[in-house]
Unconditional design. Structure first.
Length: 67
């Protein structure tokens, strides 16, 4: 079983990945002109935002369970 501290560290890394992916898609969205590509990048940005929110919720739940 994973320790709560290890789980918390893993979630922090996951959050960094989600933020990095969002920033990558945003950068690509700003560089392309094709509306189809822009639509896809914007959907991917939305997905990464939702993923980051879920990771943050998991982190909050983990913090509450530690107490």
């Amino acid at each position: 079983m994973i320790s709560k501290e290890d789980a918390k560290n893993y979630l922090k890394k996951m959050l960094q990945i989600e933020i990095g992916m969002y920033n990558g898609y945003k950068d690509l969205d700003l560089k392309v002109k094709d509306p189809e590509f822009k639509t896809i990048f914007q959907k991917l940005m939305k997905d990464e935002t939702e993923h980051a929110e879920l990771v943050r919720k998991l982190m909050d739940l983990l913090d509450k369970s530690v107490k």
